[in-house]
Structures are given as structure tokens and as C-alpha cells.
Design a protein around this ligand. Structure first.
Ligand SMILES: CC(C)(COP(=O)(O)OP(=O)(O)OC[C@H]1O[C@@H](n2cnc3c(N)ncnc32)[C@H](O)[C@@H]1OP(=O)(O)O)[C@@H](O)C(=O)NCCC(=O)NCCS
Length: 144
């Protein structure tokens, strides 16, 4: 596994490969589809991070940097570990990484019903909205 970014004994945030994100993406987001369905065409251009609890990878997120801006995608925590603050730890780390790299903005496509979650990380709603697969999305951003 890659560089250690944060650690407190049983809990670590590390850089991982895109390959290592796939199992959690698949289990959490699209369990009924083939594994290939959760691969992104530009996965090899992304930075991938994972939260490891007691040697088990339980939460993943992928960061794609273009023109000084970062988009995070495929943020997922194993279902039995959700709601315990692990995803927030990981997202805070990603915010820190983006800020340290002198990026101008970090953004994501958020489900409309999850905007309150991202607001906690200093992100705000933009005017860009769309519907995909019957789900309402809005672009959320944090400008540094
Ligand atoms: C979105 C996701 C990655 C968040 O990961 P997580 O590990 O559950 O994140 P957290 O536990 O930090 O936060 C989740 C919720 O639990 C709450 N929470 C955090 N720590 C908590 C604690 N100790 N006790 C109770 N609740 C807590 C958070 O406030 C948050 O609440 P909210 O959703 O009402 O805002 C996860 O829910 C997931 O995998 N969802 C399915 C995939 C998905 O929708 N991904 C987003 C696509 S961009």
C-alpha cells in the first residue's frame, strides 16, 4: 500500500491503487452489476485514498485533479461501518490534500439529499444541477 497520511494505531489513512478501491465501490454502490461497472475510464489518472481500520480497508475516495481543480468521486464506506465518522475523517484528509496542493477548488456531484453532509466540509451548492437515473444531483464546491 502507499504513503501513510494519518494514523492512530488501529486507524490509518493511506494512498491506495485504483484496483484497491474496486471491491468497496462495488459492494457499496453497484453490488448487482459486474465489477467492471465501477471502474472509471480515467482511474489511472486519479489519486486514491483509503481508510484502514484494524488492517481492513473500510472507506475509499478518489481524487481527480485537472487545471488546478480537484473532483472527488466514488466515495464509499462499507455499509456496516457507515455513520461512525470514518467517511468524514477521509473527506477531511482529502480537503487538506487539496488545500496543500494549492488547488483553487474542490468539487463533487452530490445527491440532492446528501448536500447537508457536504456542507459540513465547507462545501456550498452551485447552480449546476442535473438528473441521472432518476436521481437529482447538484455540483457542490469549496473554493480555496
Ligand atoms: C457517503 C458515505 C461515503 C459517508 O461515509 P460514512 O463513513 O458513513 O461517513 P460518516 O460516518 O463520517 O458520516 C455519515 C453520517 O453519519 C454521521 N456521523 C458521523 N459520525 C457519527 C457518529 N459518531 N455517530 C453518529 N453519527 C455520525 C455524519 O454526521 C453523517 O450524517 P449525515 O449523513 O446525516 O450528514 C457513505 O454513507 C456511503 O458509502 N454511502 C453510499 C455511497 C454514496 O452515496 N457515496 C457518495 C457518492 S459521491
Amino acid at each position: 500500500m502507499g504513503n501513510l497520511l494519518l494514523s492512530n494505531m488501529s486507524l490509518k489513512i493511506i494512498e491506495i491503487t485504483s484496483q484497491q478501491t474496486l471491491s468497496i465501490r462495488h459492494q457499496v454502490m453497484w453490488p448487482t452489476k459486474p465489477l467492471d461497472y465501477v471502474k472509471l475510464p480515467n482511474d489511472n489518472e486519479g489519486l486514491h485514498y483509503g481508510l484502514v481500520l484494524c488492517n481492513e480497508l473500510i472507506s475509499v475516495i478518489s481524487l481527480f485533479i485537472n487545471d488546478g481543480e480537484a473532483q472527488f468521486r466514488k466515495f464509499a464506506t462499507l455499509e456496516n461501518c457507515q455513520g461512525k465518522g470514518y467517511g468524514s475523517l477521509l473527506l477531511n484528509e482529502i480537503m487538506q490534500i487539496a488545500a496543500n496542493q494549492s488547488l483553487t477548488r474542490i468539487w463533487c456531484n452530490a445527491r440532492q439529499n446528501k448536500t447537508d453532509f457536504y456542507t459540513k466540509f465547507g462545501m456550498t451548492i452551485t447552480e449546476k444541477t442535473y438528473v441521472k437515473g432518476g436521481i437529482d444531483f447538484v455540483v457542490m464546491e469549496r473554493v480555496f
